[in-house]
Design a protein. Structure first.
Length: 252
């Protein structure tokens, strides 16, 4: 557990992160790991002296299965409302799927990509999850514990969103900006490997929305939290983009 700022907690599971915001006794969960990470997410809530029933809201940065595990589980068990970008609502319902397949994974560098793929299959990478009643949230402040601000960062998926915490000078970037990934050749600020992105050109453009935020604490979907001004982190990620396979015209 990393308390990145007061009442802002970042936890790591199977090569993926989730964030808990606390306001009094009420909680917001942002993302929820793989299906096999559900016990770890529940333990993370208990580790800060709370319980899953204290969740008042769950936010999805995007509806990839490595972020939906505990989200779907807690929504089904406890009735916790789930929110996402209006476009991503349709992805969470599985009206369409923008999830990397085994063939996409084969585009990554070997052998580390294959080792990662074998590992995550053990925690549910090939399971079929959907949430039919996700509620849409528009860009701007949200009236839920922690008071995050939704920032559209479409590209990694069509409706990907980041969440800004201006009072904490922090930003939860999901997969719009990482600090590491087992299939990546880089450490530090970077885009998610291109073969995971629905639209690599749009994923590059989404960095523009992050760059202008007042944030010096970066809480990524993968990799360790980082204390660095977001504009500097975006600059580093852009410098790595071409070498990591990103092309402004490329389709995944």
């Amino acid at each position: 557990m990393n308390e990145a700022a007061k009442n802002v907690f970042c936890f790591g599971g199977t090569d993926v992160n989730w964030v808990i915001l606390r306001e009094g006794t009420d909680l917001t969960l942002i993302d929820g790991g793989w299906p096999g990470d559900v016990p770890a997410v529940e333990n993370s809530i208990r580790s800060i002296g709370s319980k899953p029933e204290d969740l008042r809201a769950i936010l999805l940065t995007h509806a990839h299965i490595d972020h939906m595990g505990a989200v779907e589980n807690f929504h089904r068990r406890f009735g916790t409302p789930v929110y996402a970008d209006p476009i991503e609502v349709h992805h969470a319902r599985r009206e369409y799927l923008e999830q990397a397949s085994a063939d996409d994974v084969d585009k990554g560098p070997m052998p580390q990509t294959q080792e990662w793929w074998e590992k995550v299959q053990e925690v549910g990478a090939t399971e079929d999850l959907q949430i039919d009643d996700v509620k849409p949230v528009s860009a701007g402040p949200l009236d839920i514990p922690g008071r995050p601000i939704a920032v559209p960062t479409h590209g990694h998926t069509s409706g990907h969103a980041a969440f800004h915490l201006p009072d904490s000078h922090a930003v939860i970037t999901g997969d719009a900006l990482l600090t590491a990934h087992p299939t990546s050749q880089f450490d530090g600020p970077q885009l998610c490997p291109w073969f995971f992105a629905h639209s690599p050109p749009d994923a590059l453009t989404a960095l523009d929305a992050l760059e202008v935020l007042d944030a010096e604490v970066i809480l990524p979907g993968h990799g360790d939290p980082l204390r660095m001004h977001i504009a500097d982190a975006v600059g580093i990620a852009r410098s790595h983009a071409h070498d990591s396979g990103y092309d402004p015209t490329r389709k995944a």
